[in-house]
Write a protein that binds this ligand. Sequence first.
Ligand SMILES: [Zn+2]
Length: 92
Amino acid sequence: MAMVINDLKQVCSPCKGTGRQAGRSQWGITQINPDGRCLACEGRGFLLTELGRELMALLRPFVLEMMDSREAETPKPAEALKPAGAPPREAE
Ligand SMILES: [Zn+2]
């Protein structure tokens, strides 16, 4: 089965893939969009297709697991290891 990325996502049509939208029209009234971000795609410029959503749902547990294990490997902040009374380190 050949799968291409276009099967998973499609260019957002309201913003034409830019992820930005100056405003939107509703009932013939143009409303200003405060942060300029496309509301349809949340600024990503693309939308997931049905297949893309299914794949995301399928992968999410694995992704979360990966993130969890990566977090566990990350050393704890230096504060915990610093002896009491040590002067605070200057920002480098
Ligand atoms: Zn968009």
